[in-house]
Design a protein around this ligand. Sequence first.
Ligand SMILES: [Zn+2]
Length: 407
Amino acid sequence: MAYRWPAGTTFKRIVLEVEDRSCPVCDRYMHVCDHRYHALWTFEGPTQVVNRLVRCPDTSCQSRGRTFSPAAELSMSMPRWCIGWDVLCWLGHRRFARHWSVPQLRLELKDTHQIRLSDDAIENYIGQYQTMLAARQQDPERVAEAYKDSEALVLTIDGLQPEKGHETLYVVRELTRKRVWFAEPLLSSAEPEVRRVIVLARQWAERLAQPVRAWMSDKQDAFVKAIATEFPGIPHRYCQNHFVRDLAKPVLDMDSQAKVTMRSKVRGLRAIERRVLAERRHAAAPESPPPPAPPQGAAMSTAAPPASATPAQAATPEPYASSAGGLLHTDRTLEAASLAPAEEPEIEDEAGEVVLGYCAAVRGILNDSQGGPLHPPGVRMSEALQDVRDSLDRNLGAKKGGRPSRC
Ligand SMILES: [Zn+2]
């Protein structure tokens, strides 16, 4: 891909010479015959690598017609890349170790390093990074090195579906070294297909010349059959993770029903919010008369009654910090409101802000689906809703014995 450099880019120039200048055929000293320019981004800025190409001066030499380029070029970048290895490694590491998104990578390169790359270019380089990484992971010598002190292998296989509708990726891992051996996309989970993957695993084990002590999987039929055929007599165990997950399933089903019930009880958020916003618009409209007190009071009583500042703030649980911030000012501003209701439209804002804050918190709780078998989503939801109720109760309690409410 040709890269269009911004006009007026100043490049740092690096000139590379061929290391061994003697002709590989006749041993004569070779002369520079041409230059190849390679512009690329490195973390030291735009860089222009000038490769001085050489060839044998003897027109009758067999090497004639061949040009030789500096080997050092590849230590800086690959042909036709517009970034150096340093930027490639940075991209790969941020993407896979830190899980940065492509737009995030693009912006960070632009803001911090003044390197301008498109999303397409970044995706392309990340693909190349992955290919190199996979090649290195599967390099037989490196695998042999990792297993040289190993006595036996424990293999697992599982299917992953990266996205709905995509072909499933069958991943074979070895557990004693916690290493992904390889992954194969299969169009179907039929036995002959799966067997191909199991055969590959057998070849890997044979290459390492190590016995397979056991296999582990979710025991779907195709796995059981293929492993029994390719690894006769080797124990095939049920994967603990799948086992626990299956055990937890009835609990999670009940939890999910409890969530539905809770959701159906906690309703009317939108109506409350609409009311606050309508009042706000009403108060903000310059030609309209001052907002009447009762509707405001009514809105407050439905959701989050104003509270005296300190206890409420101290007692409000952390996740609702934004509401707590609103509560801080509510009492003071309401007092001001009773003195001068017409002049200060932002007073309603702050009281309304508390209500909206509570609504946002409750909506967040209702939409949260985090949690696993050990802390199911429904239990989390119930706990969070109880926190909100406690917070509201504290506010109501703090109000007791204070200034009589207008409603
Ligand atoms: Zn020669």
